[in-house]
Design a protein around this ligand. Structure first.
Ligand code: PEP
Ligand code: MG
Length: 756
């Protein structure tokens, strides 16, 4: 008998049972009878997890008195081992297995062979379906597959609460595999706890048994077509270039996507009576099991690719293409993703998002900057997440120490709560510095401003006691909008920001779109030929070309600042003429408003970001044009080191405290010293205490940082003697120590300055 026919027979009969009006126990009893008969097995039993134990709930062939009496813990006996490892066992001689445990009440001593499969619900084993035979024989693949298919049906029924009642279903929740800790790179420090939510949720399979097999075949056929198209398009995209790792990865993807064996197995599963979704999942389960037996990290990676593809196929076939954001967060959540774009993150409810765990990520990726601004801790570069953390697990995220615990034990939860309280205490201490002006020990006033970009950020200004907004990323409004924001909407946001800031200055940076801030609604062709978007068609380059964009923004800013001061900053200025061209757009808008007799801003100050190294070579030409200059260390570092700021592999490679960067920054400070140009740093570097210390030592007196860092940086400033620090910095830059970070840390420690 083929696997398909065996499984179809079982499925047809199960279908009848499930459609019957029998009560839950009656259905379970029928299910075991059918399986025992179809697989010609003396015994068939179902164990379901109840109150944390696997309870024998139905049997054909074991002593009836054992039902609801025999209970095994997870990990105990063969049944417990299957549930624990979420793995199939197929044994000719059950007693020979080291985990075998004899339960006299069942009367199972006479049976030799044993095969069992986990019943999986929401990635957890919530039960076990097993068969036993008098003769010592290994069950054939077709039989195991039939069991697995039945287990899927049972899990569907569990999810529909047809086999167990509501209360028992809730009892399934503690079904876990114990605590698991994952480690990664702290990208945004902080603590957070919540329920694990996958950004790309697992597909829920509503129907396991097919009503019309031919229709299911067609569905999967079309889905394969679409998936292959997607993969081909991906491979053809210029940004992947030729050669290198990307090509390898895509080759493997393509190989899997076109693998005839894969599609054949899915079709066979459909023939057995499964829906397209269930068939894909069934085949994937089997592959997972096979791969798990092979302990090879390279193959594990490939497994990841295949999982990815199978999920893609499932999403296409089921039409479930939305992210978790579209479903909304129901409570405190820790978001889990491979990677995210800033716009995707912004779709989540800020109040409920307590943390993010990424498989990739780097310190200056925009998604991380956004998370930092939102005060959401982020752990990045975590490997093996999918296997360790399941949707719905409680997760304690400790991005201070670079780890997260899923399904923590109660003592860990308590210890975490205590640390939470401590960290709140520390924050309360920083909050006390709100009205304290940051003077150094030697009496120099340091300007501490915040970076912002969202309407909600404005409220942070008075809360943390900052001197103003040193960088308002206007493109964030573009990122969170479904369409290009019209002038009126821009105007309203800018006006509200200025209203909220009152006397404090706000430096509006004109749009920096492109790079990792692509807008879905701007024609893709704008970016699609960018092989290297960070160095490509972005920021001022794009804005000058699409003059309409800059004109609209200029008008919105000028009108919003009517009767008050306006600070405008241009991003990615690489040559002086670009600054002039951008300013000319503002000038012409200003002239227009003047002609119209509108109220004009009472003062306009223009500045530039220094994030393209070339600009540092022409500062003599730039200085007379500028009112202020703000160093964007995020981009500057990526260009100085030729290291993509969003590439997770490079996330830890280069240090902001490396002599190359520090010397470069010192040159900028020297070139602007005494010129009247206000110099600051607005990259993420300035919000980290040790890095901020270095910047003060280099002559920077204005830092624009993420709001949560204002307290800690003010505290730092108050402990520093600038003359002493500058002298030490001169020494380090003249003859750089092997470990600049270590030298600076030791210097701070000797003086009792807290830097971590
Ligand atoms: C920078 O590049 O340092 C910067 C502040 O701008 P953004 O991070 O928005 O590119
Ligand atoms: Mg930048």
């Amino acid at each position: 008998m083929s696997a398909a026919v065996a499984a179809r027979q079982i499925l047809t009969r199960l279908h009848e049972v499930m459609a019957s009006r029998l009560h839950a126990q009656g259905k379970l009893d029928q299910v075991v009878d059918i399986i025992a008969e179809c697989l010609d097995s003396e015994v068939c039993s179902i164990y379901l997890l109840r109150e944390g134990m696997l309870e024998l709930v139905a049997t054909h062939g074991l002593n009836a008195e054992a039902v609801h009496v025999t209970r095994m813990a997870i990990g105990e006996g063969l049944v417990g081992t299957i549930a624990d490892n979420v793995e199939t066992l197929n044994l000719a001689e059950a007693k020979a297995h080291p985990d075998f445990q004899y339960r006299p009440e069942t009367g199972e001593e006479k049976f030799h062979s044993f095969a069992g499969v986990p019943i999986v619900y929401r990635e957890r084993a919530v039960g076990v379906l097993c068969v036993q035979h008098l003769d010592p024989r290994r069950y054939e693949d077709v039989e195991i597959e039939a069991l697995q298919t039945t287990a899927m049906v049972l899990s569907e029924l569990i999810s529909n609460n047809e086999l167990i009642d509501e209360e028992e279903a809730r009892g399934l929740a503690p079904a876990d595999t114990g605590p698991a800790t994952v480690a990664g790179l702290p990208l945004v420090k902080g603590l957070g706890s919540g329920v694990a939510v996958y950004h790309q949720p697992r597909i829920t399979i509503d129907q396991v048994m097919a009503d019309d097999i031919e229709a299911e075949r067609q569905r999967v056929y079309r889905a394969f077509d679409r998936m292959r198209d997607q993969i081909d398009n991906l491979a053809d995209r210029a940004e992947f270039g030729v050669g290198g790792e990307h090509e390898e990865v895509l080759k493997t993807y393509k190989m899997f996507a076109y693998d005839e064996g894969w599609s054949r197995r899915i079709n066979e599963a459909i023939d057995s009576g499964l829906t397209a979704e269930a068939a894909i999942e069934r085949v994937q389960q089997r592959t997972r099991m096979r791969m798990r037996e092979i302990d090879d990290p390279l193959l594990q990676d490939r497994m990841h690719d295949l999982e990815d593809l199978a999920n893609r196929l499932l999403r296409i076939v089921s039409g479930q293409i939305g992210t978790a954001a579209s479903q909304g967060l129901r409570g405190d959540a820790i978001l889990i993703a491979k990677n995210l774009g800033p716009a995707e993150l912004l779709e989540y409810d800020r109040r409920r998002l307590k943390g993010v765990i990424l498989e990739e990520g780097s310190l200056t990726a925009h998604v991380v900057i956004v998370a930092r601004a939102m005060g959401v801790p982020v752990l990045g570069r975590v490997r093996g997440l999918r296997g360790m953390v399941q949707e719905g697990d409680l997760v304690l995220l400790d991005a201070d120490n670079g780890n997260a615990v899923a399904r923590p034990a109660q003592q860990v939860v308590d210890a975490f709560a205590a640390r939470f309280a401590k960290s709140r205490e520390r924050q309360a201490h920083y909050a006390e510095l709100r009205d304290v002006e940051p003077f150094t020990r030697c009496g120099t006033r340091i300007e501490v401003m915040i970076n912002a970009g969202l309407r909600d950020d404005i409220s942070a200004l008075p809360l943390v006691g900052a001197d103003g907004i040193g960088l308002f990323r206007t493109e964030f409004q573009f990122l969170v909008s479904a369409t290009l924001p019209q002038r009126e909407r821009q105007f309203r946001l800018y006006r509200d920001v200025l209203d909220a800031a009152g006397d404090r200055p706000v430096i509006f940076r004109t749009v920096d779109i492109g790079g990792d801030k692509a807008l879905p609604y701007l024609r893709e062709s704008e970016f699609e030929n960018d092989e290297n978007p960070a160095m490509g068609w972005r920021a001022l380059r794009l804005a000058l070309e699409r003059e309409g964009l800059l004109k609209v923004q200029a008008r919105a800013l000028l009108e919003a600042a009517a009767g008050r001061s306006l600070h405008v900053m241009f991003p990615m200025v690489s040559e002086p003429w670009e600054f002039d061209a951008a300013k000319a757009v503002f000038d012409s808008q200003l002239a227009h408003l003047r002609r119209k007799k509108k109220i004009l801003p009472e003062a306009i100050r223009y500045g530039a970001m220094l994030e393209v190294p070339a600009l540092a070579e022409v500062l003599d030409q730039m200085v007379p044009r500028l009112s202020f200059l703000s160093v964007g260390t995020n981009d500057l570092t990526q260009f100085l080191f030729a290291a993509d700021r969003a590439n997770p592999k490079l996330a830890e490679r280069y240090d902001w405290l490396s002599p190359a960067i520090l010397r470069f920054l010192r040159r900028i400070a020297q070139a602007t010293a005494g010129s009247g140009v206000d110099l600051g740093v607005c990259g993420e570097m300035g919000g980290r205490r040790l890095e901020a210390l270095a910047l003060l030592g280099l002559g920077f007196r204005r830092l624009s940082i993420t709001p949560v860092a204002v307290g800690p940086i003010k505290a730092l400033v108050r402990q520093v003697d600038l003359a002493e620090l500058e002298k030490a910095m001169q020494g380090w830059l003249a003859a750089p120590p092997q470990d600049m970070r270590g030298a600076l840390t030791a210097w701070a420690q000797e003086r009792g300055i807290e830097t971590d």
